[in-house]
Design a protein around this ligand. Structure first.
Ligand SMILES: [Zn+2]
Length: 477
């Protein structure tokens, strides 16, 4: 994209933009890939997709702005279906510690001491990394200050389904959280919906959040179910993360397996439920997931580090909609969807060794992984009518990949190359809602250096307030 930056920034909203001479991976229902393709965009919408020559002549009388992509790849923007934007300032505060220390001594003190401004800065920093890795839409897993996230999303230029983190039960909660009633949890989310749903050019949607079943009373679960239905939005929840969670549900809620079985029993398991992780599920529960239309966000890095191997192959075979998420910075450290695609392909091939005694390199092929990162992501955030593929009438959320570098050459298999070779650094430009937000690897919506400086200060102040000290490793002098 030479001269791309100048061209991009000058783009007027009414003119037609034609991106041509690109390898276009549409991710549409026919899996079409154009070797020398073009996409035409008017305002925030894709108005044509096809062969370069056809599209250029179709729009020649409109004096379109032509951008020659010189054989670069064009894909739909990636959709990260599970990310904790509030936790970006906590990167590195809980590495190599056990789960209880992770939660009670590091993450809860950190999150409960966050201000609205911290959440804003944390979301900005997280957003930079998301955009660099080609993300144009994400589902927030739940944080304390949704208004701070909204301010950041407005500036970053991406889209998001935001949720507040609510809990009305559980042991060891920080004092400020323990006093919240069920009614307050529901009402505050309804208020957020009223204030922010469908704002900033329609880029923000407000969802309901459930942190996880051990932090939710039955009334919170069922009232969340009803409120989300009434407002026609999704619910984002951590599900079946550790064996203890299932054991707790069996003992306290009288079902024979775990969280998924219980969610089915109380009719929360529906097509508007987005479940993060969902690692510890049995065969019957995979059947329940499939029949309910509930969605699963597979977060391979966090799963390997903290939770275990989810039966993703089995879920996909059963027809469950599985997408990809990075989870938060303290559980993964990298917020790159490119890394997550690579890991998802590898760990699910390797996992086969537990069942078969040998790995299976054919499991989750590259095209399946790309689907998880795009159209399945869009379905998971209930936004697939508008995003997730490059199709006429959908929003112009797209990314440009430069494959002509040491990391991706030679290109014998373009599609596998996107999953097994591509690095975050191969993504050069990102458009969301018809607007360039990254051009030539430079984010144009805000000043990256300023955000990094703000994040450095805010994170050390926050750790000080929360009384979190990270012990030195090795012999620091
Ligand atoms: Zn999470």
């Amino acid at each position: 994209m030479e001269k791309g930056k100048q061209q991009a920034l000058k783009r007027s909203s009414s003119s037609i933009l034609v991106l041509h001479d690109a390898l276009i991976v549409t991710m549409d229902p026919q899996n079409r890939v154009f070797r020398n393709g073009a996409v035409a965009v008017r305002a925030d919408t894709i108005v044509a997709v096809g062969q370069s020559q056809d599209i250029i002549s179709q729009f020649s009388s409109f004096s379109p702005q032509l951008v020659d992509l010189h054989g670069h790849f064009l894909l739909p923007g990636f959709i990260n279906t599970h990310v904790h934007t509030s936790q970006q300032l906590a990167r590195g505060i809980a590495d190599d510690v056990d789960l209880l220390t992770w939660l009670h001594d590091r993450i809860w003190p950190y999150e409960s001491n966050m201000t609205e401004e911290d959440s804003y800065i944390s979301t900005l920093l997280c957003g930079l990394e998301l955009i660099h890795s080609g993300v144009t839409c994400f589902a927030e897993a739940g944080g304390q200050h949704v208004s701070g996230m909204v301010r950041a999303i407005e500036q970053l230029g991406i889209r998001a389904c935001l949720t507040q983190s609510v809990m009305d039960a559980g042991v060891g909660l920080p004092a400020s959280w323990a006093k919240r009633t069920t009614d307050e949890c529901i009402q505050s989310q309804k208020d957020l919906y009223k204030k922010y749903h469908n704002t900033v050019d329609g880029r923000i949607r407000i969802w309901f959040g459930l942190r996880q079943i051990m932090n939710s009373t039955d009334r919170l679960l069922t009232e969340t179910r009803d409120a989300a239905k009434e407002l026609n939005v999704g619910i984002h929840m951590h599900v079946a993360e550790i064996p203890y969670e299932n054991q707790h549900v069996v003992e306290s809620r009288g079902v024979d397996h775990g969280t998924v079985t219980y969610l089915q029993k109380i009719k929360l398991l529906q097509d508007n439920l987005l479940m993060a992780h969902t690692v510890w599920v049995n065969e019957d529960e995979i059947g329940l997931l499939s029949r309910s239309g509930a969605k699963v966000s597979h977060c391979p890095a966090a799963a390997m580090r903290m939770l275990g191997f989810a039966p993703i192959k089995e879920m996909i075979s059963a027809g469950v909609c599985v997408s990809l998420g990075t989870d938060g910075a303290p559980s993964n450290n990298r917020m790159s969807m490119v890394d997550e695609m690579y890991l998802a392909s590898l760990i699910n091939k390797g996992r086969e060794v537990f069942g078969k005694g040998t790995t299976d390199p054919t499991v989750l092929p590259a095209e399946t992984i790309l689907k998880m990162a795009t159209i399945n992501g869009a379905k998971s955030v209930l936004w697939d009518r508008e995003i997730g593929s490059l199709e006429v009438g959908k929003k112009a959320d797209l990314i440009v990949v430069n494959p002509f570098s040491w990391s991706m050459m030679p290109l014998h298999d373009c599609i596998s190359s996107l999953v097994y070779c591509m690095r975050t650094e191969n993504i050069t430009s990102v458009m969301c809602n018809g607007r360039w937000i990254m051009v030539d690897k430079k984010i144009v919506t805000l000043n990256e250096e300023e955000v990094i400086a703000m994040a450095k200060k805010a994170s050390s102040d926050l750790l000080g307030r929360a009384g979190i000290q990270i012990p030195n490793r090795m012999n620091f002098l």
